[in-house]
Design a protein around this ligand. Structure first.
Ligand code: C5P
Length: 294
């Protein structure tokens, strides 16, 4: 075989809604969330060589570990172990573009991309369901990222139901400087009484009806209630700017700290970007990304 390198795109995701509906015996929380892939993506290069199962990983961000704490590395490890492959070595090189520690599932998507790339190149013929099972061994959001598109996620986040593609719209995503640890935010949410929850059924109905305004005004994330006063003020400030600049709806994604607004056209989103960049330098424009075909 020699050495072969494949490239996979690893699309970021936004939570159109995020609800935490209970706690499971294993310590994980039960989720109910509408997830949406976006065009903003990392490029994942996977090099496969004859070898004895060595794995290496590196990214263009010095602060991301090159050990199995790097989810691309962990995905390669899970893939080789679960398929009992002992005669290949893998190196994963990731060009990050999706903001890190943002709630956009960048690391999870890198993991999913490694699984898809290895499956294709090594001709292991895994179905999406098989790949989602491997992805769930890496982390909770990676299963969604195998196929992406628009989905309802429940349970740990790994039980997935495909929804209709989102109608045309443009996202402006702003990543404030602070970041929040996922387990810490789950812990804080456990300690408060959640007063407002997303209208998940209404959101799904709006998606199925192709009603982008109905979708936008239902974007909602319970984690915002668990932020510190300082963090809440930053997130609310960004949401206010987005809405004042014409966003039909705005929310934080995942456990943050990125906040997005939904716009009906690119020029509107660009105007909002100009305004927002005065206070939040890290801004991105993206569109909804459809699911990957099997
Ligand atoms: O699965 P993942 O590595 O993304 O989870 C990171 C942490 O987030 C878990 O260790 C857990 O503390 C928390 N978590 C949770 N319930 C979920 C997903 C994640 O409590 N459904």
């Amino acid at each position: 075989m020699g050495s072969v390198t494949v490239r996979e795109k690893a699309f970021g995701k936004l939570n159109l809604s995020l609800d935490v509906v209970g706690k499971m015996d294993n310590g994980y929380h039960s989720m109910l969330m509408v997830m949406q892939s976006v065009s903003l993506h990392d490029d994942v290069y996977i090099t496969i060589e004859d070898g004895a199962g060595e794995i290496t990983a590196h990214t263009n961000r010095a602060y991301i570990p090159n050990t199995n704490k790097n989810l691309g590395f962990k995905a390669a490890e899970v893939f080789l172990n679960e398929l009992g492959i002992k005669n290949k070595s893998i190196s994963v090189s990731i060009k990050k573009r999706v903001p890190v520690c943002a709630g956009m599932g960048g690391g999870s998507s890198d993991a999913a991309a490694v699984i898809r790339g290895l499956n294709r190149e090594l001709k292991t013929r895994l179905s999406f369901d098989d790949m989602r099972r491997l992805a769930s061994m890496v982390d909770s959001d990676a299963s969604f990222c195998i196929e992406g598109g628009t989905m309802l996620a429940s349970g740990r986040g790994t039980e997935l139901k495909k929804l209709s593609p989102l109608p045309d719209c443009v996202f402006l995503i702003a990543k404030p400087r602070f970041s929040v640890s996922t387990p810490t935010l789950f812990g804080k949410l456990d300690g408060i009484k959640v007063k407002a929850r997303p209208d998940t059924a209404g959101l799904i109905a709006a998606i199925e009806n192709g009603d982008v305004f109905g979708v936008s005004r239902r974007c909602f994330n319970v984690f915002e209630a668990a932020l510190s006063q300082r963090e809440k003020a930053i997130v609310c400030g960004i949401k206010d700017t987005l809405v004042n600049c014409g966003a039909m709806g705005a929310s934080m994604t995942g456990t943050g700290s990125a906040v997005y607004g939904v716009f009906s056209s690119l020029p509107e989103a660009e105007l909002a970007e100009k305004e927002l960049k005065k206070t939040v330098p890290e801004c991105y424009i993206a569109s909804p990304e459809p699911s990957i075909s099997e």
